[in-house]
Design a protein around this ligand. Structure first.
Ligand code: THU
Length: 136
């Protein structure tokens, strides 16, 4: 069954409520749609070192990859900001590597939305195509 944008957005908004953000108090949720019509969610998870924080997008991707999923169609990102919160630079690298040029649906708590293709969020990407033949 295909996933609707509303379903994906609702999943991201629900996941946001699980955010572990005692330092920034900035809750983020993500919902990743697989090619089989499943949704894997993630929330941001902070810790006392700050630097080891993991964003909602990467948690969702790690969950899906670790459950054996490999093909992804879309990701939604939910945060409570008037200007819609986009994925950070590190997440853009990871979304590009594991999901490719997918649509990224941004949403806030007023249900304002915008969709951007990864190619526009992350132009001139470094990826495995630069690495050549690993056996060479
Ligand atoms: N954060 C995300 O989870 N995703 C984003 O797209 C932007 C930032 C988190 C990381 C940190 O826990 C908090 O938001 C503030 O940067």
């Amino acid at each position: 069954m295909p996933v609707s944008e509303n379903q994906l957005v609702d999943a991201a908004l629900a996941a946001r409520k699980n955010g572990v953000a005692p330092y920034s108090h900035f809750l983020v949720g993500a919902a990743l749609e697989t090619s089989d019509g499943e949704i894997f969610t993630g929330c941001n998870i902070e810790n006392a070192t700050y630097g080891l924080t993991v964003c909602a997008e990467r948690v969702a991707i790690w969950k899906a990859l670790s459950e054996g999923r490999r093909k992804f169609l879309r990701i939604a990102v939910a945060a409570d900001t008037d200007t819609l919160t986009p994925p950070c630079g590190a997440c853009r690298q990871i979304i590009w590597e594991f999901c490719g040029d997918i649509p990224v649906v941004l949403v806030n708590l007023k249900d304002q939305r915008a969709t951007h293709l990864m190619k526009s969020l992350f132009p001139h990407a470094f990826d495995s195509s630069f690495l050549g033949d690993p056996r060479a």
